[in-house]
Design a protein around this ligand. Structure first.
Ligand code: FES
Length: 123
C-alpha cells in the first residue's frame, strides 16, 4: 500500500470500546481496524470462515465484499443488521456493536455444536 493512502474513508465506531477508526470504502471493516493497529472487533480468520468478527450495524451503510456464511449470520440476523466485519466495507460512517462468539460468556471451541442439537428428551 502506498504511503499516501488517499482513498476516501469513513469513520467506524465500535460501541463496546468507544473506539473510532477510519476505514476505506473498498476495504473490510476488520482490515481497516487491523491496518491501523486498532482493537475492538475480535479478529479471526479474516476470511468469512470463523464468525468471531460478527457485528451488528447500528447505523450506517455497508456493502458486501464477499459471501457471508449462513453458518454465522442467518437471513433473519442479516435483516436485523448483523454481518461479518471481515466481509463488508463502509459506504457511510458506521456505528457497530460487537456481536460474535467472543462477546458471549461461553466462547470455547465446540460448545455451540454441543448445544445445537437437543439429544436429551424428557418423558
Ligand atoms: S474473522 Fe473469521 S469470519 Fe471474520
Amino acid at each position: 500500500m502506498s504511503l499516501f493512502d488517499s482513498r476516501p474513508k469513513f469513520a467506524v465506531h465500535v460501541a463496546q470500546t468507544d473506539e473510532t477508526f477510519p476505514c476505506a470504502g473498498n476495504e473490510s471493516l476488520l482490515t481497516g481496524m487491523v491496518r491501523l493497529g486498532r482493537k475492538g472487533i475480535p479478529v479471526g480468520c479474516v476470511n468469512g470462515g470463523c464468525g468471531v468478527c460478527k457485528v451488528r450495524i447500528v447505523e450506517g451503510q455497508i456493502k458486501a465484499l464477499g459471501p457471508i456464511s449462513r453458518a454465522h449470520v442467518t437471513l433473519d440476523e442479516e435483516n436485523q443488521g448483523y454481518t461479518l466485519a471481515c466481509r463488508v466495507a463502509p459506504q457511510t460512517p458506521v456505528n457497530l456493536e460487537v456481536a460474535g462468539k467472543l462477546s458471549k460468556p461461553f466462547s470455547k471451541g465446540r460448545a455451540e455444536s454441543a448445544t445445537a442439537s437437543p439429544s436429551i428428551q424428557q418423558q
